[in-house]
Every structure is written in C-alpha cells, then in structure tokens.
Write a protein that binds this ligand. Structure first.
Ligand SMILES: [Zn+2]
Length: 470
C-alpha cells in the first residue's frame, strides 16, 4: 500500500528584546544561573505582569514578514500545568485570540505552505540534570517567544527542511530573533501522520520533540515514516503520542501517550489587558520590514546576472548579502565578487567559525584586492595570499602588497631570461612540446610561477613561453 505523508511544524523563536515579556529582567544568554530573576518572573503571590511593548512589535514584525494578518484584538491566557521549570505553575500564552493569523511561506520549488497562526508566550526555565541531582535555572523564565504553527501541508522530510530553512532566513532578516538552535533561540516540534494515498481523512499523528537541528528534523521524520508505515502495513494502529528523537540512536521513542496528556485548563489572564492594535501601528511596522530573502534573491539574479547557485548562498545570510552588495558598489565585476566571497572568504570564515561581520576583511578590503587583480598589479594567486594576510592581521591589502613587494613582474626582459634558463634546464619537456604535447606548456608556466613566487602575470608568461618554444 502507498501512503501520503502529512507533516505540520511548530516553531518557537525567542524574540530579541532587552528585557523579558512581563518584567524588567534582562534576557542575556549565558548569564550566571538565577541572576536574571525577580518576583514577577518567579511568580511570587500578588505580583503583576506588565506587557513589554517591544515584544508585541517584534511579534508583529515576524508575523508580517511571514505574510500574516495582525489581529486587531488579541489576548493572553493562562496555560496551567506543573513542572519544576515553571515556578508560577502556569505559562502565560495566547490561546483562541493569537497575535497573527493566516500567513504563508513559499518554498524554493514554488509550493506554498500556510501558516495557521503566530502567537506570543513566555518561555519556561531550564532544568540541568547532573548525576543524581537536578538543578533549575530560572533565567529564561519569561523570555518572550513567538510560536509559529504551520498547517499540516508539508508532505516530505525534505520539504520540511526547506520550510524551516526559509522560515529561519525570513526571521533572521527581520532581526527580531537570532534563530540560533544551539542557544535555544529557535526550537521546533513536528507532527506527522500517514494515510492511504488520496484518502480524505488524516491518520493518527505523532508529535516529535527534542529536535536539535534541521537535519535532525529531517532524519526523525524519515524514521517516523518508516515506523508508521510498518505499523499500518502489519495491521496495527499508530498511537497518538509525543515521541522524543534520540540523536545518538537515530530513532524516536515514546515519551507520553494521549491518556497522560495535559488538560491545560486555559482561562484569560485577569492581570493582563487584551492587546489592541491599530491599523496605523500595523502599517508602521510593515514599513520597517527590510527586503526579505526571496525578494532579494530575485533582485540579485536580475541586477547582477548571478547564477541561482551563487544567489542562494549570498542571500541565505543578510549580513553576507549586504557585504556582497557593498563590495560590488566599490569594485566593478559582480560575478568576480561573488566568486571571491563564496570560494575564498566563506572558506576562511568556516575555518574559524565566525560570521562575516566578525572578520577583519571589510568590503573595502575585498574590493581593493579585486581592483589590484583587475589592473594587473597582482595575480589572482597573490590575491588569495593577500586576502589570507588581511583576514589574519586586519592590515589593508594595498598596504600588504606594498610592504611585501608583491607587485607583479611586468618586466618582460626579466621573465624572458628566466624562461630561457628553464627551457635549457628541461630539454626533454621542450622536445615533447615540439612533438605536439601541448600540455607541457603547463609545466613551464608552473616553473616560472615557482621562480617568481607567483608574481608573474600568467597571460604574459604564456605568451612569452609560446614565443620561445615555437
Ligand atoms: Zn523578572
């Protein structure tokens, strides 16, 4: 039997406000445990939450960037449950009146995935298990989150991966979240079920948690499709339950079944007023949203005539896209700039694991190198060495070239005497060339480059060599 796969995704992003959503405590990641707390976020009796306006505006920004409508009136509920990382024993969240609804994301293949809703809520704390003890850090309690829920319209693990990648890129462009999975500022859960091909009713779904990377999501879904298919094929039933992804074993296992599922007893938080948002406010937030990745990609293709491959790499990160454009405005050739960023600069950044804005090479520096190559002051090979030097030291390429005497040898007399010497020392290769083995030319070019430490201009060397050989 063949099956259709139905996947829905819930993403939590941490909004990058300076303070928490209902109190004035800071939100810095990595602070000493339990130093960013106060009676409000610790849920002491009698305290009153006060809504952080920035959190609402960041939520609106993300919602609008995901093509959602912002609802004119939304409300906070209390979601009641007991867990040691939640000192109030309830989480303030939005329930039937979320901040944003009816959005969508377009996947690279053109398929549109609807977003049901995006709502504000507060984060819980963190349990740290060590040996036979468990410790709790309440710093994260009350950090603003936006939960983004998709319609169950994803049909393959690959599509799910593409959806998450697109969502992360959009949110990062808006600047309202770092979307860093390692630091927990982006987390996701997946719902998955299978049904006979073409069937109208949905199968029983499993919810998968503990997904620490987009690749983990993809692998967990692949595993889950196989597991559910096996069950249904053998006449058994899929149980509605929460399952945890085990990264080590590469399997999912049952965490809790529906029987033990929570009844959250939602009710409107009596301490918080509903959020009323005017159309003017929505418009002003809409205006603040920058050009988003897909629009930028389209523009890069038409404005700079770049291949799709280059564009996808450059626009995946807004800082990188900005760096690219700044460099192009300083130097001339858009494709050359793209090549140097993708093959050289990203390689260097990857080695030391830093972002483009944290490195010492600026758009000015890269454009200097490209101009030095274009006006034939240095060769491409020397250009790479200069880039590495500038990357390590922060010294400008023009200065590096000047101080190290890397200017290309343009004196043909000097090159010619060098070539005469090389040809004399390698009679066999000369003979081979003259017998028609033209690839011997490459050997000679290499010899000249070695003797000049790469400072000869390849075209000139080629020309001179041919003249002497023929
Ligand atoms: Zn607090």
């Amino acid at each position: 039997m063949k099956y259709d796969v139905v996947i829905g995704i819930e993403v939590h992003i941490q909004l990058k406000t300076k303070t928490k959503i209902f109190c004035g405590c800071g939100t810095d990641f990595g602070a000493e445990p339990n130093t960013l707390v106060c009676p409000v976020c610790l849920g002491f009796p009698g305290v009153l939450p006060v809504l952080n306006q920035k959190a609402v505006e960041y939520g609106m920004t993300a919602g609008l960037a995901l093509n959602c409508e912002i609802t004119p009136l939304s409300r906070f509920h209390r979601k009641n449950y007991f867990y040691p990382d939640l000192p109030k024993a309830y989480q303030i969240s939005q329930y039937d009146q979320p901040l944003a609804i009816n959005g969508y994301i377009n996947l690279p293949d053109g398929k549109r995935i609807q977003i049901t809703r995006a709502h504000l809520e507060e984060d819980a704390g963190k349990l740290i298990h060590s040996g036979d003890r468990s410790l709790v850090d309440y710093n994260r309690v009350g950090t603003p989150l936006l939960e983004i829920v998709s319609e169950p319209e994803l049909s393959t693990p690959q599509e799910t991966y593409d959806y998450l990648t697109a969502l992360k890129a959009i949110i990062k462009y808006t600047g309202v979240s770092d979307c860093n999975m390692e630091e927990g500022s982006l987390r996701c859960d997946a719902n998955i079920s299978i049904k006979p091909e073409g069937a109208a009713t949905l199968g029983t779904k499993a919810e998968i948690k503990n997904l620490n990377s987009f690749r983990a999501v993809e692998r967990a879904l692949i595993y889950e499709i196989q597991r559910q298919t096996k069950l249904v094929d053998s006449g058994e039933k899929v149980v509605q339950e929460t399952r945890l992804w085990d990264e080590k074993k590469q399997i999912t296992s049952s965490m809790r079944s529906k029987e033990e599922a929570h009844d959250y007893r939602y009710f409107p938080d009596p301490d918080l007023m509903p959020i009323q948002i005017s159309p003017e406010h929505v418009q002003s937030i809409q205006k603040s949203i920058p050009e988003l990745p897909q629009a930028k990609a389209k523009r890069f293709v038409s404005q700079y005539s770049l291949p799709e491959y280059d564009v996808q790499i450059l626009v995946a990160d807004r800082d990188l896209a900005d760096f690219y454009e700044k460099t192009v405005h300083l130097a001339a050739n858009p494709k050359m700039v793209s090549n140097w960023i993708i093959t050289e600069l990203l390689g260097l950044l990857g080695e030391v694991k830093i972002g483009i804005n944290d490195c010492q090479v600026t758009p000015e520096y890269l454009s200097q190198i490209l101009q030095l190559i274009e006006n034939k002051t240095i060769s491409g090979k020397i250009g790479k060495e200069v880039l590495l030097e500038a990357f390590k030291t922060g010294v400008s390429p023009e200065q590096i070239v000047k101080e190290k005497g890397l200017t290309q040898i343009t004196d043909t007399n000097e090159l010619e005497s060098m070539i005469t010497k090389i040809l004399q020392e390698n009679p066999k290769a000369v003979e081979q060339y003259r017998e028609g083995k033209k690839q011997a030319l490459g050997f000679f070019v290499g010899q000249v480059m070695r003797l000049t430490s790469g400072k000869a201009q390849p075209e000139t060397v080629n020309e001179l060599l041919k003249k002497h050989l023929e």
